[in-house]
Write a protein that binds this ligand. Structure first.
Ligand SMILES: *Cc1c(COP(=O)(O)O)cnc(C)c1O
Length: 398
């Protein structure tokens, strides 16, 4: 079976009724036939049939063995850190997602778990940073918002040789483009809030483990700590995942055109997109993923915070908001939004310039998206998009 067929048919038809959509088992508990005798479900924190369908689906999609669904991406990350104990060390990508950074240093450091941040785009840096206490290597690729690429296979070899767990936050690529478990990772984590959900309508996190032992530990933590995803959101996420390959294909195609437009524009200074041959690790990105994703970042020639903020305030189709991966295009100014909590100097050192703008390229027509950006750059006449708020065609009938 090819991958799209496999995805679609990994969502089961309901055995009881033939319902083609997964039923939402909105229940806390399950009636038992005799004490301790049940049909595989006893309490919905431990296991719920709707959530189980989702967990099975993501495990298949990521080519892993055990899936676990959580109430947010950060709850999923939290469950993985709980595999560690006091005295253990994490080696993490230096421009890690801000929420993961906050969790590591403001929650787990006080429990004696330390983190070393390194530039993982050079695998040697990881090798050199490993010490006797290193238990977990944590990367994102591509990263946020500068789209740095790390060689998953190279880090996987280092992790294996040093008996470290290796976790990849696969949020930006999604399993439609990149399967870290088949490249040597032990664990994949997702903010399913982004591409997997795909419609900016839920918050969710997913973990997939390749090894049954690690999988069982994650399931134990999921039940013991209890940060589960509810049945309705599990259903909504299944619905999102069913169209993932189709959506991601279009996100990639649109993002490539937007990136190429920006690269040509005289008022744009730098463009960050792994699909551009000029990207430092374009070759690695092309080798380990089947596409380059829907996120494009760029800086203006006028490298000031004000210029970027003015730009961000004036786009019409790109809506100013945090988050990414939905059908509507979004834009964000990391220096004053997602990365505001990082001190300016540290932020700039990590490559997040004051004028950096991050685009989450949506599923509109690329021509319109490009027009929206172009009319906003210096030297172009402003234009108004007609029909942004489409009027109802038929008057309301009372
Ligand atoms: C958004 C995001 C997270 C956090 O996920 P939530 O669902 O917001 O909790 C983690 N990692 C990456 C790369 C993200 O973009």
């Amino acid at each position: 079976m090819r991958s799209n067929t496999k995805l679609i048919h990994s969502v089961p038809v309901d055995e009881l009724t033939g319902a083609i959509s997964v039923p939402i088992y909105q229940t806390s508990t399950f009636v038992q036939e005799a004490p301790g005798i049940n049909r595989g479900f006893d309490y919905s924190r431990t296991n719920n049939p709707t959530r189980a369908s989702l967990e099975n689906l993501i495990a298949i999609l990521e080519e892993g063995l055990v899936g676990a669904a959580f109430g947010s991406g950060l709850a999923a990350i939290d469950a993985i850190v709980k595999l560690l104990k006091s005295g253990d060390e994490i080696i993490a990508v230096d421009d890690i997602y801000g929420g993961a950074f906050r969790l590591f240093c403001q929650v787990y450091e006080k429990f004696g778990i330390t983190v070393k941040y390194v530039d993982t785009t050079e695998a040697e840096n990881v090798f050199e940073a490993i010490g006797p206490r290193t238990k977990l290597i944590w990367i994102e690729t591509p990263t946020n918002p500068t789209l740095k690429i790390t060689d998953i296979e190279a880090i996987g070899k280092i992790a294996k040789a040093n008996r470290c767990l290796f976790c990849v936050d696969n949020t930006f690529a999604s399993p439609a483009l990149q399967k870290p478990l088949s490249l040597g990772a032990d664990i994949v984590v997702h903010s399913a809030t982004k591409y997997l959900g795909g419609h900016s309508d839920l918050i969710a996190g997913l973990v997939v483990a390749k090894d049954p032992d690690i999988g069982q530990k994650i399931k134990f933590i999921q039940n013991a700590s209890g940060a589960i995803l509810g049945p309705f959101d599990s259903w909504l996420l299944i619905r999102g995942i069913e169209t993932l390959p189709l959506r991601v294909k279009q996100h990639c195609a649109n993002a490539q055109l937007v990136a190429e437009f920006l690269e040509r524009h005289p008022e744009v200074n730098k463009v960050y997109y792994p699909g551009l041959p000029a990207h430092r690790n374009h070759t690695i990105a092309a080798r380990q993923a089947t596409g380059f994703g829907g996120i494009v970042s760029f800086t203006l020639v006028n490298d000031t915070e004000k210029a970027a903020q003015d730009f961000a305030a004036r786009t019409q189709l790109f809506k100013l908001a945090e988050s990414l991966g939905g059908v509507k295009s979004l834009l964000c100014h990391p220096a004053s939004m997602t990365h505001k909590s990082i001190p300016a100097q540290k932020r700039r050192a990590a490559g997040v310039a004051d004028s950096l703008i991050r685009l989450s390229v949506g599923l509109e027509d690329a021509e319109d998206l490009i027009k929206d950006l172009e009319q906003n750059l210096p030297g172009t006449q402003k234009l108004e998009f007609e029909n942004q708020h489409v009027e109802p065609r038929v008057a309301a009938i009372d």
